[in-house]
Design a protein around this ligand. Structure first.
Ligand code: ZN
Length: 271
């Protein structure tokens, strides 16, 4: 009787560990793959990111972590922010499967955005589904992050949120590449970042963090107020392309009590 009991216990422990063991092996085999997940209970989920690597501590202890819920009743309207100044240009780009997301990287000079007189060079963009930022508690289907860097190493990210509807023109341009992208970089030829539509000139601005480890703080966030549309097929392609377990790759919203969120409306009104 005792033998059968022990056998059962051993079997249960082994079978519950195996999925994590195979995931860990898989993860370490892939370049750029990072040993974190979006699933709590795996030991590497969002609540544990700060404990996985000493360089990721701020994921757990940071006070200005992203994403956050953007609440209209909490924003301060700042007409002086001015409209988003972007000067993008077509440049050679590649698409890469980083395992936890699909990333487009511009290899040449793809232009920049200007915030408070500082230029931030366009580097790359990637997608999260569902959205990471939420608006008044509502989560949408997809979020694009367009990542920029200043000459002094400051990061500025533009976030654009999408719900299901008409296809997104930028994703349409590289749809077949995304569907078949493997571990290797895939050349996209010249990609015009000007195709990325912002959709409105209203936006939220706050200082937060990267939403994936190492969760670096001091990131200047610009989240466009307008919810744009993306087709179900486009979101499905992004989800299928990433590795198993990363189909949903949105970090939960973080505590935002200490974060001041500014809002810009070209007509000078509130949200
Ligand atoms: Zn992101």
């Amino acid at each position: 009787m005792t033998t059968i009991f022990l056998f059962l216990i051993t079997f249960l422990i082994l079978s519950s560990c195996l999925p994590y063991l195979s995931k860990a092996t898989f993860v370490s085999e892939v370049d750029d793959e990072t040993p974190f997940t979006y699933v709590e209970g795996t030991g590497k989920g969002p609540k544990k990111w700060g404990e996985i690597d000493p360089h990721w501590k701020v994921c757990g202890s940071g006070k200005t972590q992203s994403p956050i819920d953007l609440q209209d009743r909490r924003v301060q309207v700042f007409p002086s922010l001015g409209k988003i100044k972007r000067d993008y240009k077509p440049a050679p780009a590649v698409v890469k499967n980083r395992g936890h997301d699909i990333t487009v990287i511009w290899r040449g000079d793809a232009g920049d955005i200007n915030i408070n007189g500082t230029d931030y060079k366009l580097l790359r963009c990637h997608w999260h589904s569902p959205s990471e930022h939420t608006f008044n508690g509502s989560r949408y289907d997809l979020e694009l992050h367009v990542v920029h860097l200043s000459s002094s190493g400051e990061i500025a990210v533009i976030g654009i949120v999408y719900k299901y509807g008409h296809p997104d023109p930028f994703l349409s341009k590289m749809f077949h590449h995304i569907k078949s992208v493997g571990k290797e970089e895939r050349n996209l030829g010249t990609v015009n970042p000007g195709v990325i539509k912002f959709g409105s000139r209203k936006y939220y601005r706050y200082i937060g963090s990267l939403t994936t480890p190492p969760c670096t703080e001091g990131v200047i966030w610009t989240v466009v107020k307008k919810v744009r549309t993306v087709s179900r097929e486009q979101v499905a392609a992004l989800r299928e392309a990433v590795h198993d377990g990363f189909e949903a790759n949105a970090r939960p919203t973080q505590q935002s009590d200490g974060i001041a969120v500014q809002f810009y409306n070209p007509s000078g009104g509130s949200t």
